[in-house]
Write a protein that binds this ligand. Structure first.
Ligand code: ALA
Length: 505
């Protein structure tokens, strides 16, 4: 191809960006609540089963696709077989739509880092978040106008992200991760130590760690575990294919994958310990039961955490800054990893400069994200997030397995490719997981999810809202993927085909 591919400076640089992509908003507020809601300590069993049989194996599959075929997701799939190019586009479009709201949550975190100084949210943190800050409108279709308090930080985040993305990957994304990731890790460790040493922390930790084994019989718990592992490892977003394509030729893959996958799980667990320790403290300080103070998703970080900070025994501003600062940092390193698949795909296909591709991708994404800064924004965000995560990523992963293992039958070649370059030997377990275990689990989960949600209302939102926003985004990404794959390659297609013949695929 005419353009020189971006390349990470070293293998350590790659591990860093892979970890930065994985460790994100999912680790700090999504994981703690998901564990709590799905059987506490017992959730760790399905979580580790999902991590070892699906998360890490698929992570390695994505690494091997990107590294072997040296391309963005669409180019890598095309080199696997021309008929699968659409899948690369679909996954890249899903990452693109996810980042449009992901950035908005980072904007909230940035605002809250600022509000931490002098605990500006006051005593009623619920009214502050939904009322004063988000200005939530009264019904689903009422956009309620732009919320400048939300829009402003979101635009700041966009400006920063744009500045990082314009530079070549090793100068922009890699450097960002080199600075933010170590800082983030130190901040998370401090939060955890402080969280578990607070008075009453043990009550919170008991709730988190006491297993409810009956939860293991509940299929929803397994669905939640797989969903969490995929989102958290950034599997199914085309990110890891893209990142691995920027690796030098003989770089280890399996060891890097194990490091990234296991450390992500470790940080998830650390964050959960800190958060639950702090919840135990809040329960004690307010004289409530822990079940009463815990809250789900967005609420846990933006309603309950401010309460914890209010009740903090000294240095509350600092703890607030640490918590919301780490949320912002974790979000930023993941957000760039959600934008890169699109940028890389457009550059490969249309043979354009990085800056032009970045202008296009960031420009359109920024405009779409304005929708989520309106009074109705949080509901649209919730529906979009739910549909992309519960269906999009999982269907995408299933299609990826079908493409590699069943249709083109390249799994063995992928395994040899990994083993040729890596320190840790990947055995038959990997093929069994990718070819049989994961697709069966994914199918069961998807059927389960579809039966529950296809015709039902989600979270009591109007049917039309789910159909248009939820399913609308799902099918839009798919359709855009198919259209993009039908467009003419502006780069050297002959070279693409020659590659396939050489590989005998
Ligand atoms: N993997 C990223 C997260 O956990 C997307 O937030």
């Amino acid at each position: 191809l005419a353009q020189v591919r971006d390349q990470w400076t070293t293998r350590a640089g790659f591990i860093l960006v892979a970890m930065g992509s994985a460790i994100g908003l999912g680790n700090i507020w999504r994981y703690p609540y998901t564990v709590y809601d799905n059987g506490g300590g017992a959730f760790l069993i399905p979580y580790f089963v999902a991590l070892l049989t699906a998360g890490i194996p698929l992570l390695l599959l994505e690494y091997s696709l990107g590294h072997r075929y040296k391309g963005s997701a669409p180019l890598s799939y095309r080199r696997l077989s021309q008929k699968w190019e659409w899948l690369g586009w679909w996954q890249a479009f899903m990452a693109f739509f996810i980042v449009t709201y992901y950035i908005v949550i980072i904007g909230w975190a940035l605002s809250y880092a600022y509000f931490s100084v002098g605990t500006q949210w006051g005593d009623d943190t619920n009214a502050f978040f939904f009322g004063n800050y988000l200005g939530v409108s009264d019904s689903f279709w009422n956009f309620g106008g732009l919320q400048w308090k939300v829009l402003f930080p979101v635009l700041l985040i966009w400006a920063f992200v744009y500045f990082v993305m314009r530079k070549q990957a090793h100068k922009g994304i890699e450097r960002l991760n080199r600075i933010l990731l170590p800082a983030l890790i130190v901040m998370l460790v401090i939060i955890t130590i402080r969280g578990v040493t607070l008075e009453g922390a043990s009550d919170g930790l008991n709730v988190l760690l006491t297993p409810d084994f009956s939860a293991l019989l509940n299929p929803d718990v397994w669905v939640a575990a797989y969903g969490q592992v995929f989102f958290s490892l950034s599997v199914g977003f085309a990110t890891m294919i893209t990142y691995a394509s920027y690796l030098a030729k003989d770089t280890d893959l399996s060891n890097s994958g194990l490091i990234a996958g296991l450390s992500n799980a470790g940080f998830e667990f650390l964050a959960a310990l800190g958060v639950f320790g702090a919840l135990g403290y809040l329960a004690l300080a307010t004289g409530n039961d822990i079940q009463e103070v815990v809250s789900s998703g967005v609420g846990l970080a933006f309603v309950v955490f401010p309460q914890i900070i209010n009740a903090f025994p000294g240095l509350n501003d600092v703890f607030g800054l640490l918590f919301f600062g780490s949320l912002t940092f974790a979000g930023l390193t993941s957000a760039v990893s959600l934008l890169e698949p699109g940028v890389s795909a457009i550059r490969d296909k249309f043979n354009i400069e990085r800056t032009k591709a970045v202008n296009l991708v960031c420009g359109i994404a920024a405009v779409i994200s304005i929708l989520y800064t309106t009074g109705g924004g949080i509901r649209f965000l919730d529906v979009a997030d739910n549909f992309l995560n519960s269906y999009g990523l999982l269907f995408g992963a299933l299609a990826m397995i079908t493409a590699v293992a069943w249709n083109t039958k390249q799994l063995e070649n992928m395994q040899s490719h990994i083993n040729n370059v890596s320190d840790v030997y990947i055995g038959a377990w990997w093929k069994i997981c990718v070819k049989y275990v994961t697709p069966i689990m994914l199918l069961v989960m998807l059927v389960q999810n579809l039966m529950q949600k296809f015709m039902l209302e989600y979270e009591g939102y109007p049917m039309l809202g789910n159909l248009t926003i939820g399913w609308g985004i799902f099918f839009t990404t798919l359709l855009l993927g198919i259209i993009a794959s039908r467009m003419q390659w502006k780069s050297n297609t002959e070279q693409l085909d020659m590659y396939r013949q050489k590989e005998g695929a």
